[in-house]
Design a protein around this ligand. Structure first.
Ligand code: DC
Length: 220
């Protein structure tokens, strides 16, 4: 690895996406949205009407996932970004993300990119799936706080949205992600925990940059 990569794991709604993007910008690295891979797989299953009970791992041979140079996900060369950013696909991504063959498939795509170095990965269990990544961060916040932030964000688009529905949705997603047998969501023993309940985005980005700088100084 010429440049180091960084894994940022943590639950839904904790702000990994924006943190990953900003850390990557500061370090001149590329962000990798691992959730987009699971969402693209889920979208493929949805449009081809493949229910999870009917899923067979040979189906994965028909799926090619890539990213544009602006980090938008491509499914079989089709841009699908605006089709996958909704709760239906999020839930389906979590369902399919429980399957071993799906996780292996997604991890292979990520490994190919990340092991070149210079990536910041927004993940769930990246630290376990690609333990070669030297800097592992686990970003966390209380469920109530995450639901409130997501409510404020979604309300701009849809003023009728209910905070308790978002809370229940995130709670369900947490349970599903934490209890799956294949690499459940939890902190890797080598990961540095950052609880961002009381941190601004700028503060948490700076903390990760500080961790990165300290790591690179100590390993020079
Ligand atoms: O980060 P996201 O909301 O885009 O992810 C959607 C779902 O995809 C998430 O609830 C579980 C699954 N996922 C996963 O299993 N592993 C990842 N590294 C990323 C996402």
């Amino acid at each position: 690895m010429s440049k180091l990569s960084i894994a940022i794991d943590g639950p839904s709604g904790v702000g990994k996406g924006i943190t990953t993007k900003l850390v990557a910008e500061k370090l001149n690295f590329k962000p990798l949205d691992s959730g987009a891979i699971y969402r693209a797989i889920a979208y493929y299953m949805l449009i081809n009407n493949i229910k999870i009970e009917k899923f067979d791992k040979s189906i994965l041979k028909n799926i090619n996932i890539d990213f544009t140079k602006h980090n938008y996900v491509l499914l079989n060369n089709e841009p699908i970004e605006e089709k996958i950013r909704n709760d239906e696909i999020g839930k389906l991504a979590s369902d399919f993300g429980k399957l071993k063959s799906v996780r292996t498939f997604s991890t292979q795509i990520q490994k190919r990119l990340v092991l070149e170095g210079g990536y910041v990965v927004d993940g769930r269990a990246t630290a376990f799936e690609i333990p070669q990544i030297p800097i592992k961060i686990f970003l966390d916040a209380d469920l109530k706080e995450r639901a409130h932030r997501r409510y404020l964000e979604y309300k701009k688009e849809d003023p009728t949205i209910k905070e308790n529905e978002i809370f229940e949705n995130l709670k369900l997603r947490d349970e599903q992600d934490k209890t799956r047998t294949e690499h459940p969501l939890h902190k890797h023993p080598d990961a540095i925990l950052i609880n961002n309940n009381n941190l601004t985005i700028e503060q948490q980005v700076q903390l990760i940059i500080d961790i990165f700088n300290e790591f690179t100084q100590n390993t020079q």
